[in-house]
Design a binder for this molecule. Structure first.
Ligand code: PBG
Length: 322
């Protein structure tokens, strides 16, 4: 009979012991903070769908990055909103576009912060899809060069890492080739390898103005029902040269985070997406949840499931609490 010899509560009573035996810890360097950048100067407009987040011009993005860095934050992830869009999302690869402008401003003000850039067409394409549309379908192969060019431009102006989120097949290999050819062999790729066709991206699409104008993303993002396919996607991206693997969303897919953690020996990131944050914030706003407690618990769950890095809009608040 285990009891009364065994009493797990012995290690719970004293707060110091509790901390000593804590298995999972959240720290500042685990967190990646997304920023939405726009053109212009001195612009900081709150984003209605994403409470606490802003559309920031380059100078304001630099200030936000600086304040995050002072808090102990170490990495930001940039999403751009251009002032013009075409069918091919070409404004994503313009040196005077919102992301390159923000990279320069951030690097000038906070040279040591790590600047990661999302790579995708959806925010820059008139149709809002993540790839080139022909015959009413998102075409895989014609998209790859456009992604490669985007990644190459970002690296050229000073991005430290690129993060393709489009879910086209073969994009990691093509982006790697573009980077290497331009002399950016040292720039890592964090691949959104396991990205589900999720309803939890709603607030982000409003924030990034990237809602598809027709259809949905199920022709390229993963079916939420699939687990084995996640393993396949990760194996392919590692073979193509991905340096960090990402699972997205995080909270509703903790089993997948654990699955991939057990599969690979490479660093694993998970993205606590806009809808996950919106749920927590909305519940806290009506007094149903304690914001700090629920937010930290949600992130702890993602780490415990096996993520090394977490992309989260809550990053600055979390650093205040830690
Ligand atoms: C773009 C992209 C999306 C997100 C990150 N990159 C949206 C989408 O695929 O529709 C979602 C992030 C979030 O919801 O916080 N491909």
């Amino acid at each position: 009979m285990p009891w009364p010899i065994h009493r797990p509560r012995r290690l719970r009573d004293n707060p110091i012991i509790r901390e000593m035996v804590r298995e999972t810890k959240l720290s500042a360097e685990d967190l990646i903070y997304p920023l939405f950048v726009i053109l212009g100067a001195n612009q900081k407009k709150s984003i209605p769908s994403l409470p606490g987040q802003f559309h920031l011009s380059a100078d304001q993005a630099a200030l936000a990055a600086e304040s995050f860095y002072r808090q102990g934050g170490r990495a930001v992830l940039l999403f751009g909103l251009p002032d013009h869009k075409d069918e091919f999302g070409r404004s994503g690869a313009e040196v005077s576009g919102p992301v390159p402008m923000a990279i320069r401003a951030i690097k000038e003000r906070v040279p040591d912060i790590l600047v990661i850039t999302d790579v995708c067409l959806c925010g820059y394409a008139s149709h809002g899809h993540c790839g080139v549309v022909e015959d009413n379908r998102v075409q895989n192969d014609p998209t790859l060069d456009l992604l490669g060019q985007q990644a190459m431009i970002y690296a050229a102006v000073g991005a430290d890492m690129v993060a393709p989120s489009d879910m086209m097949d073969g994009r990691v290999e093509v982006i790697r080739k573009y980077l290497d050819k331009a002399g950016h062999q040292r720039i890592p790729i964090m691949a959104y390898s396991v990205k589900y066709a999720s309803s939890f991206y709603g607030p982000f699409r409003e924030a990034a103005d990237s809602t598809p104008s027709f259809g949905d993303r199920r022709g390229y993002q993963m079916d939420p029902a699939n687990r084995l396919e996640a393993r396949y996607e990760v194996e392919l991206d590692l073979a193509e040269g991905a340096d960090i693997i990402m699972v997205k969303p995080a909270g509703p897919y903790l089993d997948i985070v654990r699955e991939i953690r057990n599969l690979i020996d490479r660093p694993l990131a998970a993205y606590q997406v806009s809808g996950e944050m919106a749920m927590i914030k909305a519940a806290a706003a009506v007094g149903a949840l304690d914001l700090k407690g629920a937010a930290l618990e949600s992130l702890m769950g993602i780490k415990r499931a096996g993520a090394d890095l977490i992309v989260t809009y809550l990053a600055p608040e979390v650093l205040d609490w830690l």
